[in-house]
Design a protein around this ligand. Structure first.
Ligand SMILES: *Cc1c(COP(=O)(O)O)cnc(C)c1O
Length: 345
């Protein structure tokens, strides 16, 4: 029986041989007391790759986002978030519960926050209003099907933020997918954010971790935030070692995932007209319209599972994601399965 082709998410990737070897051999120390040398190397590399002064290794993207938000705000302020952003939808309301912020949502627009809507959401300074403290952006945009928000658009949000003396936070869980898709340096994107977090454990293929990157000052504050959240670590070099391999070998490789997504989307568009607008496929994930495949989301997921393909049973849209454990032959095999499904609409 061939292995399952897992198209649910790029978080499912397994660490490579090279990562496991690096983990085995990693030089370690108590990171909270002395600084773990491998963690320090990873943090320096992350700062360099994102064009920021400094970086902090954290357990997850969610922890990175919360540390970032905690470092840039004070309780009782308002944070402006897209209404379909990961930070608003899927992080257990951490901004409100832990950081003590009022979450003020505006239309997400697949990640393309409208600068005018951002500006309109900024509270005037009055005796009554909770003052606006932060604007959050997401790149690539998860609910936008991996859409890349280009630096030129981020500049417009940043311009509004600067005018009101507000910081910008970037949830860059898939920042390097954006950079690779546009053939730009990640720093072209992050220059418009005071802090940014990206995930090692998604397309970059590491088993664990994210990095929060920003100025020395912001990162100094985020160390306190991480400590409060119980995220201070000890011999974390074991995990950081895999992260170093991910950053050194995983970024350029993302282009392969983007090409796989393109090929999968094109095949599906030919098999099931109207299921996807190929122009929306920019990185390693895209949504299809389930109805165009002539069954419900759960039915489709079940039929695919029996053929060795894993997807989330959602509808009306279903997200398909490519990553380093989906090879070119897997895309061929997946398309053959979809072709068989078409015969039984
Ligand atoms: C995955 C993801 C996160 C959270 O990362 P975890 O490591 O799962 O906590 C945050 N933001 C976006 C846009 C994501 O896709």
């Amino acid at each position: 029986m061939a292995e399952m082709i897992d198209l649910r998410s790029d978080t499912v990737t397994k660490p490579s041989e090279e990562m496991r070897r690096a983990m085995y051999k990693a030089e370690v120390a108590d990171d909270s007391y002395d600084g773990d040398p491998t963690v320090i190397r990873l943090q320096e590399l992350a700062a360099e790759k994102t064009g920021k002064e400094s970086a902090l290794f954290v357990a997850s993207g969610t922890m990175g986002n919360l540390c970032g938000v905690l470092s840039l705000t004070t309780p009782g302020q308002e944070v402006i978030l897209g209404d379909f952003s990961h930070q608003f939808l899927w992080e257990k309301g951490g901004s409100a519960r832990v950081a003590g912020l009022v979450t003020h949502t505006i239309p997400f627009r697949d990640g393309w926050l409208d600068p005018q809507e951002v500006e309109a959401a900024i509270r005037p300074q009055t005796r009554e209003a909770a003052p606006t403290g932060l604007i959050c952006v997401e790149d690539t945009s998860n609910r936008g099907g991996g859409a890349v928000i280009p630096p030129e658009h981020l500049a417009k949000i940043s311009e509004v933020a600067k005018r009101y003396h507000l910081p910008v936070y970037m949830d860059g869980a898939r920042l390097f997918n954006a950079a690779v898709a546009m053939n730009r340096h990640a720093g072209d994107f992050t220059q418009f954010a005071d802090a940014v977090s990206f995930c090692l454990s998604k397309g970059l293929g590491a088993p664990f971790g994210s990095l929060l990157c920003g100025s020395k000052d912001v990162i100094a504050r985020s160390i306190s935030a991480r400590q409060m959240l119980g995220g201070g670590m000890r011999q974390a070099g074991i995990m950081a070692a895999a992260g170093i391999v991910a950053l050194k070998t995983g970024i350029d490789r993302l282009a392969e995932d983007h090409a796989s997504a393109q090929r999968l989307a094109q095949g599906l568009a030919e098999l099931f007209p109207g299921c996807i607008d190929q122009r929306t496929v920019e990185t390693n994930m895209f949504f299809i319209k389930v109805a165009a495949l002539g069954r419900s989301g759960p039915q489709l997921a079940e039929e695919l599972r029996r053929e060795g393909i894993l997807v989330f049973p959602t509808q009306p849209r279903m997200r398909l994601t490519t990553h380093c454990n989906v090879c070119s032959q897997d895309i061929d095999r997946a398309l053959r399965v979809f072709a068989r499904l078409r015969q039984s609409i």
